[in-house]
Design a protein. Structure first.
Ligand SMILES: [Zn+2]
Length: 78
């Protein structure tokens, strides 16, 4: 999130790839995207991050489905 943070994989200081302005709740904030200076490492980090996000999304989806199943089950029981 901040500039100069080390890469989670190789520990090299990450470099700023791009910055842009975003409006959050009416306030302009500068968003900084940092990448690993090693393009190959950055690719691996990104694919690992994607896998992790997909895993989290799957878990959330499953727990939502479980919750809706429980709700349906209760309705049928009463
Ligand atoms: Zn790296």
């Amino acid at each position: 999130m901040s500039e100069g943070s080390p890469c989670i994989r190789c520990g090299k200081t990450r470099i700023v790839a791009k910055t842009w302005q975003e409006e959050v709740n009416g306030a302009k904030v500068t968003v900084t995207q940092t990448v690993c200076p090693d393009p190959e490492c950055q690719k691996i980090v990104e694919s690992e991050l994607k896998k992790k996000m997909e895993k989290i999304a799957n878990i959330q989806k499953e727990s939502q489905e479980r919750r809706s199943r429980i709700r349906r089950g209760r309705k049928q029981a009463s």
